[in-house]
Design a protein around this ligand. Structure first.
Ligand code: ARE
Ligand code: CA
Length: 471
């Protein structure tokens, strides 16, 4: 694991939703590595129920690393390939539950299971599950949320040492194979004390230090819910999702990004949000992409601008989401069968046809903004200023500057930055430095920002030193 932490790279995480191991390995070499992505977060690697829908990934049948996304050999090869490209693999760990009580039969790798708590390939027996057989209905009651069934999924008794040891064995194996960390699913449905016990047992078993790997916990905070299930309870065990960010970005970009009540400047300033160094943030993930609380590719330029903002700002660890275009919320990855997801094919014509891959990591503006994010690391937000209706500009000290125009008309303005004088590539607009702006000795530049567009410049992208990575 020492190799992973010694690689010099940024902290951006790409979520490679439902992408098979062969394709992730390829992207590590061709895209993530060259553009400076730090980590790729993959969908759950363990054996699950069969079915074409994407959400079959969240119904474990065993901890065999044999899933719709590939075999253990492919998983191991992906980790090695990504590591060689400087990219860490983050595994999505589904540990709160096993398959739904409404399911039975054989999993993707052939393991038998039923809806009565029998998972012989682990093995788990009925006594390894919580007694409550009802579905969660009351989020103001922590006992209901943590000990009953999330969407009918058979709820593991994580207070039971036998259950924890099976989970710890699984996570230790993933670390041993070289994963850089975990995104832990449905953590608010596991008592904070059980998560703490699981984590310390994992550290004891592997001999690792808690800083040796990422531990990102999915905890959707809501002030109307029980206090025991709020993000704050899980800050001691790792990073925590901050879903206020995606909700606020949607509000801001759908309205006025300079709004005093829901604009961009308020992001991360509230003490009730997860502190920046603990927050995992995104414009969307696969759940919010199918819900109402986030901007998605369906929002066009606002989606791209929100991603640019998040990568340029300094709140939380940013994730770039890459899934596929869809009309039906249940639809699995393009051409997925009940047991397999074929290799990802990235569209090259900009089309967003349902049933094709998004390949967000290949979009010009995203590539440019990942470079921006890495170039401005460890600086503060500076020079924040409203330049017009729905237009804002801000810098990251003497390293970078972003001007966002979320209005419906182009705006010409003189922007004030803290950048050294010089010519800079607009990395939001082009990947080849064919569009530039010139910063004068007083730090200003005058330019027109297109409607629904942005200008992003940073010290790592100037014509004199420009080298492009080709796809
Ligand atoms: C599927 C079917 C169900 C069926 C079940 C069992 O859709 O009809 O009963 O299988 O056979 C995903 C899908 C589910 C799917 C499940 C298993 O979204 O539809 O069920 O996989 O295949 C809460 C949790 C949060 C969770 C979200 C979805 O707190 O942890 O719900 N997110 C993670 C993953 C999901 C995944 C699971 C957990 C399960 O990211 O992709 O589910 O592993 C408020 C609350 C939140 C709540 C939210 C939505 O905001 O504050 O806590 O999130 O509402 O209910
Ligand atoms: Ca639980």
């Amino acid at each position: 694991h020492a190799e992973i932490s010694s690689v010099n790279r940024g902290d951006v995480i790409v979520i490679a939703f439902q992408t098979n191991w062969r394709s992730v390995a390829r992207e590590c070499t061709e895209t993530y590595g060259p553009e400076g992505v730090g980590y790729v977060q993959v969908s759950p690697p363990q054996e699950t129920i069969t079915g074409t829908q994407w959400w079959t990934s969240y119904q474990p049948v065993s901890y065999k690393l044999d899933s719709k996304l590939g075999t253990e050999a492919e998983f191991t090869n992906m980790i090695a390939t990504c590591k060689a490209a400087g990219v860490g693999v983050i595994a999505d760990a589904v540990i709160n539950h096993m398959a739904g009580a409404d399911r039975s039969g054989t999993g993707v790798a052939g393991s038998k299971f039923d809806g009565e708590g029998n998972f012989p390939a682990v093995p788990y027996t009925p006594s390894d599950f919580h007694d409550c057989t009802e579905n969660i209905i009351n989020y103001s009651n922590a006992d209901n949320v943590q000990n009953c069934r999330l969407s009918g999924l058979q709820d593991l008794d994580t207070g039971n040492a036998n259950v924890r040891s099976k989970i710890v064995d699984y996570m230790a194996k993933l670390l041993d194979l070289g994963v850089a960390g975990f995104r832990v699913d449905a953590v608010k449905h596991i008592a904070a004390a059980d998560v703490a016990a699981l984590k310390s047992e994992l550290l004891a078993k592997t001999g690792l230090d808690e800083n040796d790997f990422l531990f990102e916990q999915e905890v959707i905070g809501s002030t109307s819910e029980a206090k025991e299930i709020q993000p704050v309870n899980y800050l001691g065990t790792g990073k925590v999702s901050e879903f206020n960010v995606n909700a606020r970005l949607k509000q801001a970009f759908n309205g006025d990004i300079n709004s005093a009540t829901f604009g961009l400047s308020g992001i991360g300033t509230s003490s009730s949000w997860v502190p920046s160094n603990k927050a995992a943030v995104w414009v969307t993930n696969w759940d919010t992409e199918r819900g109402d609380n986030a901007l998605t590719y369906k929002d066009g330029s606002r989606y791209l601008l929100a991603n640019a903002f998040l990568l340029a700002y300094n709140y939380g660890q940013p994730h770039v989401y890459a899934g596929y275009y869809f009309n039906n919320n249940d639809a699995g990855a393009p051409s997925a069968s009940t047991t397999q997801v074929p290799d990802m094919k990235c569209p090259t014509d900009g089309s967003q046809t349902s049933g094709t891959w998004q390949c967000t990591q290949r979009w010009t503006a995203i590539r440019g903004m990942i470079g921006f994010h890495n170039a401005v690391a460890h600086t503060k937000v500076t020079d924040w200023k409203e330049y017009g209706d729905n237009v804002v500009g801000f810098g990251r000290a003497d390293k970078g500057y972003l001007a966002i125009n979320n209005s419906e008309s182009p705006l010409e303005a003189t922007f004030t930055t803290s950048l050294p004088a010089g010519t800079y590539c607009n990395v939001y607009a082009v990947g080849d430095c064919s569009k530039t702006v010139t910063v004068h000795r007083d730090g200003t530049f005058t330019a027109t920002v297109g409607a629904g567009s942005a200008i992003a410049i940073h010290v790592g992208a100037q014509p004199a030193t420009w080298t492009s990575t080709s796809l």
